[in-house]
Design a protein around this ligand. Structure first.
Ligand SMILES: Cc1ncc(COP(=O)(O)O)c(C=O)c1O
Length: 459
Protein backbone atom coordinates (compact mmCIF):
# COMPACT_ATOMS: atom_id res chain seq x y z
CA UNK A 1 0.00 0.00 0.00
CA UNK A 2 1.39 3.43 -0.92
CA UNK A 3 2.16 5.71 2.01
CA UNK A 4 0.60 9.12 1.85
CA UNK A 5 2.25 12.32 3.03
CA UNK A 6 0.93 13.53 6.36
CA UNK A 7 1.72 17.23 6.36
CA UNK A 8 1.25 17.95 10.06
CA UNK A 9 4.21 15.90 11.17
CA UNK A 10 6.42 16.72 14.11
CA UNK A 11 9.31 18.11 12.07
CA UNK A 12 7.31 21.13 10.90
CA UNK A 13 5.79 21.91 14.28
CA UNK A 14 8.61 23.96 15.75
CA UNK A 15 8.87 26.29 12.76
CA UNK A 16 5.10 26.50 12.45
CA UNK A 17 4.62 27.55 16.06
CA UNK A 18 7.44 30.06 15.75
CA UNK A 19 5.87 31.63 12.67
CA UNK A 20 2.40 31.59 14.21
CA UNK A 21 3.79 33.42 17.26
CA UNK A 22 5.53 35.99 15.02
CA UNK A 23 2.40 36.64 12.99
CA UNK A 24 0.24 36.84 16.09
CA UNK A 25 2.66 39.23 17.80
CA UNK A 26 2.78 41.44 14.72
CA UNK A 27 -1.02 41.55 14.62
CA UNK A 28 -1.42 42.22 18.34
CA UNK A 29 1.24 44.92 18.53
CA UNK A 30 0.11 46.66 15.34
CA UNK A 31 -3.58 46.71 16.18
CA UNK A 32 -3.59 50.48 16.83
CA UNK A 33 -2.44 51.28 13.29
CA UNK A 34 -4.99 49.03 11.61
CA UNK A 35 -8.24 50.33 10.09
CA UNK A 36 -10.93 49.35 12.58
CA UNK A 37 -13.18 48.02 9.80
CA UNK A 38 -11.54 46.19 6.88
CA UNK A 39 -11.24 48.07 3.57
CA UNK A 40 -13.30 47.00 0.55
CA UNK A 41 -10.45 45.22 -1.25
CA UNK A 42 -9.62 43.26 1.92
CA UNK A 43 -13.20 42.01 1.96
CA UNK A 44 -13.02 41.19 -1.77
CA UNK A 45 -9.93 39.09 -1.13
CA UNK A 46 -11.95 36.76 1.10
CA UNK A 47 -13.25 35.09 -2.05
CA UNK A 48 -9.79 33.54 -2.42
CA UNK A 49 -10.75 31.16 0.40
CA UNK A 50 -13.40 29.67 -1.85
CA UNK A 51 -11.80 26.81 -3.68
CA UNK A 52 -12.75 23.18 -4.12
CA UNK A 53 -11.90 20.97 -1.13
CA UNK A 54 -8.22 20.28 -1.84
CA UNK A 55 -7.37 16.79 -2.96
CA UNK A 56 -3.75 16.92 -1.82
CA UNK A 57 -2.31 18.02 1.52
CA UNK A 58 -0.90 21.56 1.82
CA UNK A 59 2.26 22.71 3.53
CA UNK A 60 1.16 23.92 7.01
CA UNK A 61 3.47 26.94 6.71
CA UNK A 62 1.65 27.93 3.52
CA UNK A 63 -1.71 27.34 5.19
CA UNK A 64 -0.71 29.69 8.00
CA UNK A 65 0.60 32.27 5.52
CA UNK A 66 -2.65 32.21 3.54
CA UNK A 67 -4.64 32.64 6.73
CA UNK A 68 -2.58 35.69 7.63
CA UNK A 69 -2.41 37.19 4.13
CA UNK A 70 -6.13 36.95 3.45
CA UNK A 71 -7.58 36.60 6.92
CA UNK A 72 -5.80 39.19 9.05
CA UNK A 73 -6.72 42.20 6.87
CA UNK A 74 -10.38 41.13 6.93
CA UNK A 75 -10.67 41.08 10.72
CA UNK A 76 -12.52 43.78 12.61
CA UNK A 77 -9.94 45.35 14.93
CA UNK A 78 -11.99 44.59 18.04
CA UNK A 79 -8.93 44.13 20.23
CA UNK A 80 -7.78 47.69 19.55
CA UNK A 81 -8.90 50.79 21.40
CA UNK A 82 -11.36 52.26 18.90
CA UNK A 83 -13.95 49.54 18.42
CA UNK A 84 -17.23 50.64 20.02
CA UNK A 85 -19.65 48.24 18.34
CA UNK A 86 -22.17 45.94 20.05
CA UNK A 87 -20.75 45.32 23.56
CA UNK A 88 -17.35 44.01 22.58
CA UNK A 89 -14.52 43.68 25.04
CA UNK A 90 -10.92 43.45 23.93
CA UNK A 91 -8.55 40.89 25.38
CA UNK A 92 -6.44 41.73 28.41
CA UNK A 93 -2.87 40.54 27.74
CA UNK A 94 -2.86 37.79 30.36
CA UNK A 95 -6.06 36.36 28.90
CA UNK A 96 -4.55 36.30 25.41
CA UNK A 97 -1.37 34.64 26.66
CA UNK A 98 -3.37 32.08 28.64
CA UNK A 99 -5.42 31.42 25.53
CA UNK A 100 -2.25 30.52 23.64
CA UNK A 101 -1.20 28.12 26.36
CA UNK A 102 -4.71 26.67 26.60
CA UNK A 103 -4.59 26.14 22.83
CA UNK A 104 -1.44 24.11 23.20
CA UNK A 105 -2.91 22.17 26.12
CA UNK A 106 -6.11 21.52 24.09
CA UNK A 107 -7.94 20.24 27.12
CA UNK A 108 -11.44 18.81 27.04
CA UNK A 109 -12.99 20.33 30.15
CA UNK A 110 -16.07 18.08 30.23
CA UNK A 111 -14.95 15.95 33.17
CA UNK A 112 -12.41 16.43 35.94
CA UNK A 113 -10.61 13.25 34.94
CA UNK A 114 -10.23 14.58 31.38
CA UNK A 115 -8.59 17.78 32.58
CA UNK A 116 -7.89 18.20 36.28
CA UNK A 117 -6.49 21.69 35.72
CA UNK A 118 -9.51 22.89 33.73
CA UNK A 119 -11.94 21.62 36.38
CA UNK A 120 -9.94 23.15 39.21
CA UNK A 121 -9.71 26.55 37.50
CA UNK A 122 -13.48 26.50 36.84
CA UNK A 123 -14.07 25.93 40.56
CA UNK A 124 -11.84 28.89 41.37
CA UNK A 125 -13.22 31.35 38.82
CA UNK A 126 -16.87 30.59 39.54
CA UNK A 127 -16.18 31.57 43.16
CA UNK A 128 -14.32 34.71 42.12
CA UNK A 129 -17.08 35.75 39.71
CA UNK A 130 -19.73 35.40 42.44
CA UNK A 131 -17.55 37.54 44.68
CA UNK A 132 -16.92 40.18 42.02
CA UNK A 133 -20.61 40.40 41.14
CA UNK A 134 -21.80 40.36 44.76
CA UNK A 135 -23.81 37.15 44.24
CA UNK A 136 -24.40 34.39 46.82
CA UNK A 137 -21.22 32.38 47.43
CA UNK A 138 -23.09 29.07 47.28
CA UNK A 139 -24.23 29.51 43.65
CA UNK A 140 -23.37 26.72 41.25
CA UNK A 141 -22.68 27.39 37.64
CA UNK A 142 -20.88 26.70 34.45
CA UNK A 143 -18.83 28.22 31.68
CA UNK A 144 -20.63 28.35 28.35
CA UNK A 145 -20.16 30.05 25.00
CA UNK A 146 -22.10 33.26 25.56
CA UNK A 147 -24.84 35.07 27.44
CA UNK A 148 -27.47 33.64 25.11
CA UNK A 149 -26.49 30.11 26.14
CA UNK A 150 -26.11 31.19 29.76
CA UNK A 151 -29.66 32.58 29.64
CA UNK A 152 -30.87 29.35 28.04
CA UNK A 153 -29.11 27.18 30.62
CA UNK A 154 -30.49 29.15 33.55
CA UNK A 155 -34.01 29.08 32.10
CA UNK A 156 -33.80 25.31 31.74
CA UNK A 157 -32.80 25.09 35.42
CA UNK A 158 -35.73 27.38 36.31
CA UNK A 159 -38.14 25.27 34.26
CA UNK A 160 -36.85 22.14 35.96
CA UNK A 161 -37.23 23.59 39.46
CA UNK A 162 -40.70 25.06 38.96
CA UNK A 163 -42.06 21.91 37.36
CA UNK A 164 -40.50 19.78 40.10
CA UNK A 165 -42.37 21.90 42.65
CA UNK A 166 -45.56 21.08 40.75
CA UNK A 167 -44.73 17.37 40.97
CA UNK A 168 -43.58 17.06 37.34
CA UNK A 169 -40.21 15.61 36.34
CA UNK A 170 -39.32 17.32 33.09
CA UNK A 171 -36.29 15.10 32.47
CA UNK A 172 -38.51 11.99 32.44
CA UNK A 173 -41.81 13.39 31.21
CA UNK A 174 -40.76 16.24 28.90
CA UNK A 175 -42.65 19.51 28.58
CA UNK A 176 -45.66 18.41 26.50
CA UNK A 177 -48.57 18.13 28.89
CA UNK A 178 -46.61 19.64 31.78
CA UNK A 179 -48.30 22.10 34.14
CA UNK A 180 -48.15 25.55 32.49
CA UNK A 181 -45.37 27.94 33.40
CA UNK A 182 -45.91 31.63 33.20
CA UNK A 183 -43.08 33.80 31.86
CA UNK A 184 -42.80 37.53 32.49
CA UNK A 185 -40.30 39.72 30.58
CA UNK A 186 -39.76 43.47 30.33
CA UNK A 187 -40.58 45.20 27.04
CA UNK A 188 -36.86 45.93 26.70
CA UNK A 189 -35.65 42.38 27.38
CA UNK A 190 -32.69 41.56 25.12
CA UNK A 191 -33.41 39.56 21.98
CA UNK A 192 -31.30 36.72 23.35
CA UNK A 193 -33.69 36.23 26.26
CA UNK A 194 -36.53 35.77 23.80
CA UNK A 195 -34.46 33.28 21.81
CA UNK A 196 -33.43 31.40 24.95
CA UNK A 197 -37.05 31.28 26.11
CA UNK A 198 -38.20 29.96 22.77
CA UNK A 199 -35.48 27.27 22.82
CA UNK A 200 -36.71 26.32 26.28
CA UNK A 201 -40.23 25.85 24.95
CA UNK A 202 -41.74 29.24 25.86
CA UNK A 203 -42.97 30.89 22.65
CA UNK A 204 -42.96 34.66 22.25
CA UNK A 205 -46.75 34.92 22.15
CA UNK A 206 -47.06 33.23 25.54
CA UNK A 207 -44.89 35.76 27.37
CA UNK A 208 -46.36 38.46 29.54
CA UNK A 209 -44.53 41.71 28.78
CA UNK A 210 -44.03 44.47 31.33
CA UNK A 211 -43.96 48.16 30.41
CA UNK A 212 -40.66 50.02 30.72
CA UNK A 213 -39.73 53.63 31.46
CA UNK A 214 -37.90 56.09 29.21
CA UNK A 215 -34.53 54.42 29.95
CA UNK A 216 -35.85 50.91 29.24
CA UNK A 217 -36.15 49.91 32.93
CA UNK A 218 -38.95 47.53 33.81
CA UNK A 219 -41.66 49.35 35.76
CA UNK A 220 -42.09 47.53 39.05
CA UNK A 221 -45.54 49.13 39.49
CA UNK A 222 -46.66 47.40 36.28
CA UNK A 223 -45.64 43.88 37.32
CA UNK A 224 -48.49 41.39 36.91
CA UNK A 225 -49.43 38.95 39.66
CA UNK A 226 -46.74 36.28 40.04
CA UNK A 227 -46.89 32.81 41.53
CA UNK A 228 -44.74 29.77 42.20
CA UNK A 229 -44.92 28.73 38.56
CA UNK A 230 -43.68 32.07 37.20
CA UNK A 231 -40.27 32.76 35.67
CA UNK A 232 -39.60 36.49 35.78
CA UNK A 233 -36.72 37.73 33.58
CA UNK A 234 -35.06 40.98 34.52
CA UNK A 235 -32.06 42.80 33.14
CA UNK A 236 -28.88 44.35 34.49
CA UNK A 237 -27.65 46.64 31.71
CA UNK A 238 -29.81 47.42 28.70
CA UNK A 239 -27.85 46.82 25.49
CA UNK A 240 -28.79 50.30 24.23
CA UNK A 241 -29.12 52.59 27.24
CA UNK A 242 -27.15 50.60 29.83
CA UNK A 243 -30.06 51.01 32.29
CA UNK A 244 -30.79 48.53 35.09
CA UNK A 245 -34.19 47.17 36.11
CA UNK A 246 -35.15 48.06 39.72
CA UNK A 247 -34.13 44.66 41.03
CA UNK A 248 -34.55 45.17 44.77
CA UNK A 249 -38.24 46.01 44.48
CA UNK A 250 -38.93 43.38 41.82
CA UNK A 251 -37.08 40.57 43.60
CA UNK A 252 -38.79 41.33 46.91
CA UNK A 253 -42.19 41.01 45.21
CA UNK A 254 -41.16 37.83 43.38
CA UNK A 255 -39.95 36.23 46.61
CA UNK A 256 -43.23 36.95 48.37
CA UNK A 257 -45.11 35.32 45.52
CA UNK A 258 -42.75 32.37 45.00
CA UNK A 259 -41.60 33.25 41.48
CA UNK A 260 -38.17 32.39 40.03
CA UNK A 261 -36.21 35.51 39.00
CA UNK A 262 -33.64 35.21 36.25
CA UNK A 263 -31.19 38.04 35.53
CA UNK A 264 -29.75 38.76 32.10
CA UNK A 265 -26.65 40.63 33.17
CA UNK A 266 -24.56 40.04 30.06
CA UNK A 267 -22.38 43.06 30.74
CA UNK A 268 -24.14 45.29 33.29
CA UNK A 269 -23.65 42.99 36.29
CA UNK A 270 -19.92 43.78 36.16
CA UNK A 271 -20.71 47.31 37.37
CA UNK A 272 -20.78 45.62 40.81
CA UNK A 273 -16.98 45.50 40.65
CA UNK A 274 -16.82 49.28 41.14
CA UNK A 275 -17.81 51.02 44.39
CA UNK A 276 -18.85 53.99 42.24
CA UNK A 277 -21.33 52.03 40.10
CA UNK A 278 -22.22 49.14 42.44
CA UNK A 279 -25.46 50.76 43.57
CA UNK A 280 -26.89 50.12 40.10
CA UNK A 281 -26.71 46.38 40.75
CA UNK A 282 -28.41 46.53 44.17
CA UNK A 283 -31.02 43.81 44.55
CA UNK A 284 -29.84 41.60 41.68
CA UNK A 285 -28.21 39.31 44.24
CA UNK A 286 -31.72 38.38 45.43
CA UNK A 287 -32.53 36.61 42.15
CA UNK A 288 -32.39 32.85 41.52
CA UNK A 289 -30.20 32.69 38.41
CA UNK A 290 -27.86 34.92 36.44
CA UNK A 291 -26.29 34.99 32.98
CA UNK A 292 -23.26 37.06 32.14
CA UNK A 293 -20.31 37.29 29.77
CA UNK A 294 -16.64 37.61 30.56
CA UNK A 295 -15.93 38.38 26.88
CA UNK A 296 -17.73 41.70 27.23
CA UNK A 297 -16.67 44.11 30.00
CA UNK A 298 -14.01 41.97 31.75
CA UNK A 299 -12.14 41.66 28.43
CA UNK A 300 -11.60 37.92 28.42
CA UNK A 301 -11.18 36.54 24.90
CA UNK A 302 -14.07 34.78 23.16
CA UNK A 303 -15.96 32.78 24.03
CA UNK A 304 -16.68 33.21 27.69
CA UNK A 305 -20.27 33.07 28.93
CA UNK A 306 -21.13 32.29 32.55
CA UNK A 307 -24.29 30.84 34.08
CA UNK A 308 -24.91 30.92 37.84
CA UNK A 309 -27.81 29.33 39.70
CA UNK A 310 -28.65 29.57 43.39
CA UNK A 311 -30.37 26.18 43.47
CA UNK A 312 -27.43 24.14 42.21
CA UNK A 313 -29.45 20.93 42.40
CA UNK A 314 -31.92 22.32 39.83
CA UNK A 315 -29.08 23.08 37.43
CA UNK A 316 -27.41 19.73 37.93
CA UNK A 317 -30.64 17.77 37.67
CA UNK A 318 -31.42 19.43 34.35
CA UNK A 319 -27.92 19.10 32.87
CA UNK A 320 -26.58 15.76 34.07
CA UNK A 321 -26.38 12.80 31.74
CA UNK A 322 -25.27 9.33 32.61
CA UNK A 323 -23.50 6.57 30.74
CA UNK A 324 -21.46 3.64 31.88
CA UNK A 325 -18.22 5.17 30.64
CA UNK A 326 -18.78 8.61 32.22
CA UNK A 327 -17.26 8.83 35.64
CA UNK A 328 -19.28 10.69 38.24
CA UNK A 329 -16.67 11.87 40.70
CA UNK A 330 -17.30 13.12 44.21
CA UNK A 331 -16.50 16.71 43.21
CA UNK A 332 -18.15 19.12 40.77
CA UNK A 333 -18.01 17.85 37.19
CA UNK A 334 -18.03 20.70 34.63
CA UNK A 335 -20.26 19.02 32.05
CA UNK A 336 -23.06 18.40 34.55
CA UNK A 337 -23.74 22.13 34.84
CA UNK A 338 -24.01 23.04 31.15
CA UNK A 339 -25.74 21.89 27.95
CA UNK A 340 -22.39 21.03 26.33
CA UNK A 341 -20.26 17.99 27.10
CA UNK A 342 -16.92 18.22 25.29
CA UNK A 343 -15.71 21.78 25.26
CA UNK A 344 -12.64 23.93 25.50
CA UNK A 345 -11.22 24.95 28.87
CA UNK A 346 -12.72 28.44 29.14
CA UNK A 347 -11.74 28.74 32.78
CA UNK A 348 -8.08 29.07 31.85
CA UNK A 349 -8.36 32.53 30.28
CA UNK A 350 -11.00 33.66 32.74
CA UNK A 351 -8.71 32.74 35.62
CA UNK A 352 -5.73 34.49 34.02
CA UNK A 353 -7.72 37.66 33.34
CA UNK A 354 -9.20 37.88 36.85
CA UNK A 355 -5.91 36.94 38.49
CA UNK A 356 -4.01 39.60 36.57
CA UNK A 357 -6.64 42.31 37.01
CA UNK A 358 -7.55 41.60 40.61
CA UNK A 359 -10.36 43.61 42.19
CA UNK A 360 -8.54 46.86 41.59
CA UNK A 361 -7.85 46.22 37.94
CA UNK A 362 -11.43 45.13 37.26
CA UNK A 363 -12.74 48.20 39.05
CA UNK A 364 -10.37 50.47 37.09
CA UNK A 365 -11.49 48.90 33.81
CA UNK A 366 -15.17 49.48 34.62
CA UNK A 367 -14.64 53.04 35.82
CA UNK A 368 -12.31 54.06 33.00
CA UNK A 369 -14.69 52.85 30.27
CA UNK A 370 -17.66 54.55 31.98
CA UNK A 371 -15.61 57.75 32.12
CA UNK A 372 -14.93 57.51 28.39
CA UNK A 373 -18.64 57.05 27.72
CA UNK A 374 -19.23 60.33 29.61
CA UNK A 375 -16.56 62.02 27.50
CA UNK A 376 -18.24 60.85 24.27
CA UNK A 377 -21.60 62.11 25.52
CA UNK A 378 -20.14 65.48 26.47
CA UNK A 379 -18.42 65.78 23.05
CA UNK A 380 -21.67 64.99 21.21
CA UNK A 381 -23.74 67.41 23.27
CA UNK A 382 -21.18 70.20 22.89
CA UNK A 383 -21.30 69.74 19.13
CA UNK A 384 -25.08 70.12 19.25
CA UNK A 385 -26.10 66.49 18.82
CA UNK A 386 -28.71 64.84 21.03
CA UNK A 387 -27.65 62.12 23.47
CA UNK A 388 -30.76 59.98 23.84
CA UNK A 389 -30.02 58.08 27.06
CA UNK A 390 -28.94 58.87 30.60
CA UNK A 391 -25.34 57.69 30.36
CA UNK A 392 -25.22 55.58 33.53
CA UNK A 393 -22.44 53.17 32.54
CA UNK A 394 -20.53 52.56 29.29
CA UNK A 395 -23.32 52.96 26.70
CA UNK A 396 -24.06 56.14 24.72
CA UNK A 397 -26.86 56.68 22.19
CA UNK A 398 -26.53 59.68 19.91
CA UNK A 399 -28.79 61.03 17.19
CA UNK A 400 -27.44 63.17 14.37
CA UNK A 401 -30.89 64.43 13.32
CA UNK A 402 -33.33 62.53 11.13
CA UNK A 403 -33.20 58.73 10.87
CA UNK A 404 -31.75 59.08 7.38
CA UNK A 405 -28.99 61.45 8.47
CA UNK A 406 -28.11 59.31 11.49
CA UNK A 407 -27.85 56.18 9.36
CA UNK A 408 -25.73 58.02 6.81
CA UNK A 409 -23.35 59.16 9.54
CA UNK A 410 -23.10 55.61 10.94
CA UNK A 411 -22.26 54.21 7.49
CA UNK A 412 -19.68 56.94 6.90
CA UNK A 413 -18.07 56.38 10.32
CA UNK A 414 -17.76 52.67 9.56
CA UNK A 415 -16.28 53.35 6.11
CA UNK A 416 -13.86 55.95 7.45
CA UNK A 417 -12.14 53.25 9.51
CA UNK A 418 -10.90 55.42 12.41
CA UNK A 419 -13.34 53.78 14.80
CA UNK A 420 -16.40 51.55 14.59
CA UNK A 421 -19.88 52.20 15.99
CA UNK A 422 -23.14 50.46 15.15
CA UNK A 423 -26.71 51.66 14.85
CA UNK A 424 -29.93 50.99 16.67
CA UNK A 425 -33.43 52.32 17.13
CA UNK A 426 -34.09 53.66 20.60
CA UNK A 427 -37.73 54.28 21.51
CA UNK A 428 -38.62 54.96 17.89
CA UNK A 429 -35.54 57.10 17.13
CA UNK A 430 -32.60 56.09 14.98
CA UNK A 431 -29.36 56.32 16.94
CA UNK A 432 -25.69 55.48 16.83
CA UNK A 433 -24.52 53.26 19.70
CA UNK A 434 -21.16 53.86 21.33
CA UNK A 435 -20.26 51.04 23.69
CA UNK A 436 -16.95 51.61 25.44
CA UNK A 437 -15.99 48.15 26.60
CA UNK A 438 -12.30 47.64 25.95
CA UNK A 439 -9.37 47.79 28.34
CA UNK A 440 -7.30 48.94 25.34
CA UNK A 441 -9.14 52.25 24.83
CA UNK A 442 -7.05 55.27 25.78
CA UNK A 443 -7.72 59.01 26.10
CA UNK A 444 -6.10 59.45 22.69
CA UNK A 445 -8.39 56.80 21.14
CA UNK A 446 -11.47 58.56 22.48
CA UNK A 447 -10.37 62.01 21.26
CA UNK A 448 -9.36 60.66 17.85
CA UNK A 449 -12.67 58.80 17.50
CA UNK A 450 -14.75 61.79 18.63
CA UNK A 451 -12.91 64.01 16.17
CA UNK A 452 -13.62 61.55 13.32
CA UNK A 453 -17.29 61.12 14.23
CA UNK A 454 -17.91 64.85 14.59
CA UNK A 455 -16.00 65.66 11.37
CA UNK A 456 -18.23 63.17 9.52
CA UNK A 457 -21.45 64.28 11.23
CA UNK A 458 -20.78 67.96 10.49
CA UNK A 459 -20.04 67.20 6.86
C1 LIG B 1 -28.23 42.37 27.83
C2 LIG B 1 -27.66 41.38 26.87
N1 LIG B 1 -28.02 40.10 26.95
C3 LIG B 1 -27.53 39.16 26.12
C4 LIG B 1 -26.62 39.48 25.15
C5 LIG B 1 -26.13 38.40 24.23
O1 LIG B 1 -24.77 38.14 24.45
P1 LIG B 1 -24.01 36.98 23.67
O2 LIG B 1 -23.82 37.50 22.28
O3 LIG B 1 -22.74 36.78 24.40
O4 LIG B 1 -24.88 35.79 23.67
C6 LIG B 1 -26.21 40.81 25.01
C7 LIG B 1 -25.27 41.20 23.97
O5 LIG B 1 -24.86 42.33 23.84
C8 LIG B 1 -26.71 41.78 25.91
O6 LIG B 1 -26.33 43.06 25.86
Amino acid sequence: MATRTVPNDFSTRDELLRQAADIARRYALGIGERRVAPAGNDLDNLKKFHEPFPEAPSDPLQVLKQLDDIGSPATAATTGGRYFGFVTGGTVPSSLAANWLAGVWDQNSALRVMSPVAAELEDVVLGWVCEALGLPADCEGGLVTCATTANFTALIAARHALLARAGWNVVDDGIFGAPPIDVVVGDEGHASILKALSLAGFGKKRLRRVEVDDQGRMRADKLPALNNRTILCIQAGNVNSGAFDPAAEICARAREQGAWVHVDGAFGLWAAASPKYRHLTDGFELADSWATDAHKWPNVNYDSGIVLVKDGMALRSAMTMTAAYLEAGARREPMYQTPESSRRARGVELWAALKSLGREGLCALIERTCGYAQRFAEGFRKAGFAVLNDVVINQVLVSFGSAETTQKVIRAVQEDGTCWCGGTVWQGKSAMRVSVSSWATTDADVERSLEAILRIARA
